[in-house]
Design a protein around this ligand. Structure first.
Ligand SMILES: Cc1cc2nc3c(=O)[nH]c(=O)nc-3n(C[C@H](O)[C@H](O)[C@H](O)COP(=O)(O)OP(=O)(O)OC[C@H]3O[C@@H](n4cnc5c(N)ncnc54)[C@H](O)[C@@H]3O)c2cc1C
Length: 391
């Protein structure tokens, strides 16, 4: 059989991990990315035991560990500093050898790029605008790549998704998240807990230590993307969180305006009714946020993107042909991501109400209850339990 060819659209975590997985199976891969450089954002992201297991099955565990810092406790607290709940190490490590980690997004992205095999051709500055699902090809205004498999890893606004499925909807959470990582010499002393503080009017501030590499924080506020300069945004964040408990003020004060990034918080609901489309022994597949961008409360996006890539590799290895592999992918991924998307949306609706019964319930929920919700997300292994131990 000829060497199979794949086009992967988008070089975020999902696209890079998928390109690595396919190259490990000796596919030829064209990785098309609209940005001029393959670069991740300077943000922190939680990665749970399921994501670490998926990374291990792709031989990425050491790289992930090198750019991450373990999280001892996840603490939810009120604006007066009082504790809502603490999710401790037994739950966070799911009683397994994989702890929960906070990773430095840009460094992990760079590590993934360094794992791309020589059979992956990278095409930056290539914004895919055309998809041909009949002849299986993707391209921009001037070029076209034919393939046996097209993988859309092009994020929440995926263009391929519209070709495969019209039912999925991007839902705005009507909030914006400001994020930054700060280097160690400017970061305040932090223990190894990840802390989320809930305030009035749907405001929230999370932070965690990145160990030797500094600290990461994220501030969520109602509204849309801010048009002001970095300097003014920094002043606004300072003002919005002025009377919040430390080290929030210290973290904001230690951040340079140019280190801020902002994103509108959005998620997919309902999810696409199909993640895949097959034509004559070839096909197209949605992965990562293109398939299942979750409401942010479970912080499972990075982990799920790694799971998708590991599962695709497993499906291709254990199926006779692409069509069968994509059908198997749909069968094993659908129940899990639907359950998590529903759970994330429910939590999002509760956490978004700082007043009223739902908000009080969240604040009254014991740590074990919140821990159990979070732990359900960890409960993932490759079908058959294979491949989780290669580092
Ligand atoms: C504010 C925020 C905070 C988050 N915090 C966390 C967290 O704490 N923990 C966690 O696990 N997850 C978190 N996530 C989610 C997580 O970042 C994503 O789920 C994960 O990185 C997977 O993303 P992706 O690769 O599917 O998509 P993306 O990261 O969106 O990557 C898509 C890529 O495709 C490219 N692209 C798009 N369209 C085209 C096109 N037409 N042609 C070519 N290229 C294209 C884009 O330039 C981009 O490089 C957060 C997300 C946001 C927005």
């Amino acid at each position: 059989m000829n060497t199979p060819k794949a086009v992967v659209v988008g070089a975020g975590i999902a696209g890079l991990a998928t390109a690595i997985a396919l190259s490990q199976l000796n596919w030829r891969v064209a990785l098309l990315e609209q940005r001029p450089r393959l670069r991740g954002d300077d943000t922190g992201a939680l990665v749970w035991p399921n994501g670490i297991r998926a990374a291990a099955s792709l031989g990425l565990a050491n790289s992930l560990e090198a750019v991450s810092h373990p999280v001892s406790n996840l603490r939810l607290r009120k604006i007066d500093g009082g504790t809502i709940a603490t999710v401790g190490p037994q739950l966070l490590s799911a009683n397994s050898s994989e702890p929960t980690m906070i990773l430095q997004g840009a460094a992990f992205h760079e590590a993934l790029v360094s794992h791309l095999g020589s059979n992956v051709e990278v095409h930056p500055s290539t914004a895919v605008t055309r998809i041909d699902l009949v002849h299986l090809a993707a391209g921009d205004a001037t070029r076209r790549w034919e393939a046996d498999l097209i993988v859309a890893a092009d994020g929440t606004d995926s263009i391929l998704r519209h070709h495969i499925d019209e039912t999925a909807k991007v839902t705005s959470a009507s909030t914006v998240m400001f994020q930054a990582t700060i280097p160690p010499h400017r970061a305040p002393d932090l223990d190894s807990d990840a802390v989320i503080t809930f305030g009035p009017a749907n405001r929230r501030f999370s932070y965690a230590s990145l160990g030797q590499t500094g600290a990461a924080w994220a501030a969520t506020v109602p509204g849309g993307l801010r048009p002001e300069s970095d300097q003014i945004q920094h002043e606004l964040i300072n003002r919005w969180f002025a009377d919040w408990p430390e080290p929030i003020g210290q973290l904001i004060g230690a951040t340079r305006p140019g280190e801020l990034s902002q994103s509108a918080v959005r998620y997919l609901w309902p999810l696409p009714s199909d993640f895949q489309h097959c034509t004559d022994q070839r096909g197209a597949l949605l992965v990562g946020d293109a398939a299942h961008a979750l409401a942010p409360e479970l912080a499972q996006g990075t982990s799920l993107a790694l799971e998708d890539a590991a599962t695709l590799k497993w499906c291709l290895t254990n199926s006779a042909g692409i069509t069968a592999a994509l059908a198997l992918f749909e069968k094993v991924r659908r129940p899990r991501v639907t359950r998590l998307a529903r759970q994330a949306r429910r939590l999002h609706n509760v956490a978004g109400r700082s007043t009223g019964v739902a908000g009080q319930l969240l604040r009254a929920a014991p740590g074990s209850l919140i821990g159990r919700q979070i732990k359900q997300g960890f409960d993932w292994h490759l079908p058959g339990g294979g491949g989780a131990h290669s580092r």
